[in-house]
Design a protein around this ligand. Structure first.
Ligand code: COI
Length: 355
């Protein structure tokens, strides 16, 4: 039986959890883990459907050394945010979109997945159980990280016999704290995804291969890496943790998602907002040469939200772009975050109330 919230109050060493505000300096928060009180866990065997999950104290999990996730990278993650409105209500941004993306990824990796309703319900339960960790209005958000993994043991290569769906949460601030715009460097040796591969799903295995390029970029003072397509090396792919948009006049372009590009939910929302605001938006291959000739470049993602790119460096040549005031990026960001924080009317029906 699921432990009740009260019976697990002592379990987390993080705090006494007396329901009061945690001792967090919300102003100083960046994007790092603050352990919270509970996480949601649900298990299922291969061939079965997920049925009953529960909240347990946040903490380490036990896995077979032979599990599918540890040996063969059979795993997916999601990322979405909960926001506290000025009136105290807590809202999620398009959680069903994350559920759908996890479902698509699970099919690609031969895993069962929770239903859309189960996913959204689990996210709501995890956020509500950790409600005191949702930052006050305007002071950040709660990042929600659903995981789906092959947790059963499988020595030979094949789908794991058992799966775990887990949702943990952490209050977060800005992903690139202290940087109002980012400086990208074009990666020329490595690619993050190739046609027919898994670039279009949010598998955990897409993220460690970018670490080498990201680490080298950071060592040289850049904030992010811009990957190119693996076939011709002429077109932009993504950043290590974000989708990329190019702006020229009234026209906004971003690479299409059929192929290697992750179908970002912020990406999709920004396209919808931009079209509503009257911009011409094209989802098509964007040549690096075109990007280097753009008026503006920006990136999107749950973690990065919508962030201006101040420069792109390619083969030692640094191209600078318009940032800050009166940019397309700023308009789109203000509209999106206005909807997310509750300052603007949610005419698209994107926000889902938690409590
Ligand atoms: C997100 O934006 O939620 C992501 O998944 C990026 C992650 C690498 C921090």
């Amino acid at each position: 039986m699921a432990p009740s919230l009260n019976s697990t109050l002592e379990a987390n060493g993080n705090s006494s959890n007396d329901g009061k505000s945690p001792d967090v300096n919300w102003e100083e928060m960046g994007f790092s883990l603050t352990p919270t009180d509970y996480m949601y866990v649900m298990k299922c065997s291969i061939g079965d459907n997920f049925s009953q999950g529960s909240l347990i104290p946040f903490g380490n999990i036990e896995l077979s050394p032979c599990s599918g996730i540890l040996n063969y990278g059979q795993g997916l993650f999601e990322g979405l945010k909960a926001y506290r409105k000025e009136d105290g209500r807590i809202l999620l941004f398009r959680p069903e979109q994350n559920a759908l993306r996890m479902k698509a990824g699970a099919e690609r990796l031969c895993m069962p997945s929770p239903s859309i309703e189960q996913f959204v319900d689990a996210v709501k339960q995890a956020v509500l159980a950790n409600e005191r960790w949702v930052p006050p209005f305007g002071k950040g958000s709660m990042y929600v990280r659903p995981l789906l993994m092959g947790s059963g043991a499988s020595l030979g290569l094949g789908p794991a016999p058992e799966y775990t769906f887990l949702v943990y949460v952490s209050p977060v601030g800005s992903y690139h704290k202290g940087q109002r715009s980012l400086n990208l460097v074009v990666e020329e040796k490595q690619h993050r995804a190739s046609p027919g591969g898994t670039g279009g799903i949010k598998t955990v295995a897409n993220y460690s291969p970018v670490l080498d390029a990201l680490t080298r970029a950071k060592a040289q003072g850049f904030s992010e890496v811009l990957f190119l397509d693996a076939t011709t090396g002429k077109y932009i792919d993504e950043g290590s943790a974000c989708n990329i948009f190019s702006v020229k006049g009234n026209s906004i372009s971003t690479p299409p998602t059929h192929g290697t590009i992750l179908p970002g939910i912020t990406r999709k929302s920004i396209i919808e907002i931009a079209r509503k605001l009257g911009y011409q938006v094209e989802e098509r291959p964007v040549a690096l040469d075109e990007l280097l000739d753009a008026d503006e470049v920006f990136c999107t993602g749950t973690a990065v939200v919508v962030t201006s790119i101040g420069s792109v460096t390619h083969q030692g040549r640094r191209v600078e772009y318009k940032t800050q005031a009166d940019t397309v990026c700023q308009k789109l960001r203000e509209t999106l975050t206005g909807i997310q924080m509750g300052g603007l009317e949610d005419t698209m029906g994107w926000m889902v109330e938690v409590n």
